[in-house]
Design a protein. Structure first.
Ligand code: OAD
Length: 243
């Protein structure tokens, strides 16, 4: 099937879909200038996740971890949603049922207007107290290092799911419910290597959904998808909605 007819098929599927779930990863924000994790210039090529994105690393050296997150906050603060984020945001008004599951912590889906979403790895613009556990918005750039809780004086940490930590129960439940009821699932810009999100396509597939992958390259989950479109998310995702 050529790219044109593949696109037409997906447009048709979307036109008749009742329940749509979208799963996104760092690739959708790459077009906004946010670095991915595993690509040529990916963050995990230059930094060790064990030193920066684990509860043990934070216990050992909270200053180092906060300096890294402050650097990422400074970078992300300059970025804006791109046409792929905008197209995904518009989808929540098009379908009877819609849910967006994002692994991204950059907040760009919210900035684009998405509200029906689970940010399963957290949000870089939120902080959580290590003492009283309260979660608050924090847009300070730069953020004070070390930042302290205004309620109890405890040390704040990024509200991010680090390696070795579990997803919030409500995010997992909302994601699984959406995947199990979807008749179409778009998987955009993720390498499909980090669980549980790496298993989400299989859940949708088992539920009978038509699965579309949009990515620069083939990925770990390409073998399970019905159709793969290779290219930049910002070019492809808006096209899907042009019926
Ligand atoms: P990765 O960096 O592992 O993968 C990014 C994917 O996006 C790759 O498959 C690229 O081919 C693809 N890609 C890059 N640019 C693209 C573009 N312009 N259009 C479409 N696709 C493009 O990122 P994730 O899969 O999101 O965890 O990584 C999953 C998790 O691992 C992240 O959420 C993060 C990381 O450790 C936390 O932050 C907790």
């Amino acid at each position: 099937m050529g790219t044109g007819s593949t696109l037409g098929l997906i447009q048709q599927k979307l036109a008749s879909a009742r329940s749509v779930t979208v799963l996104t990863g760092a690739g959708i924000s790459a077009d906004s200038g946010v670095p991915t994790f595993r690509g040529a210039d990916g963050l995990w090529r230059n930094f060790r996740a064990e030193d920066l994105a684990t509860p043990e690393a934070f216990k050992r050296d909270p200053r180092l971890v906060w300096e890294w997150y402050n650097w990422r906050r400074e970078l992300i603060a300059t970025k804006r949603p791109n046409p792929a984020h905008d197209a995904v945001a518009s989808m929540e008004h098009r379908f009877d049922q819609f849910w967006l599951i994002t692994q991204n912590v950059d907040g760009l889906h919210r900035d684009a207007g998405s509200r029906k979403l689970s940010e399963i790895h957290g949000n870089i613009w939120m902080v959580r107290c290590t003492q009283c556990r309260c979660v608050t918005d924090n847009r300070d750039v730069p953020i004070a290092i070390l930042p302290l809780c205004s309620n109890c004086g405890g040390l704040l940490r990024p509200h991010i799911v680090w390696f070795g930590e579990s997803l919030a129960e409500q995010d997992l439940e909302a994601s699984e419910a959406a995947l199990e009821s979807s008749d179409l699932c778009l998987i955009i810009g993720t390498s499909g290597l980090v669980y549980p999100a790496a298993g989400f396509g299989a859940i949708a597939k088992q539920a009978g959904a038509f699965i579309v992958e949009i990515n620069l390259d083939a990925t770990a989950q390409s073998s399970l998808v019905d159709v793969a479109l290779h290219g930049r998310a910002k070019d492809i995702v808006p096209l899907l909605l042009q019926a």
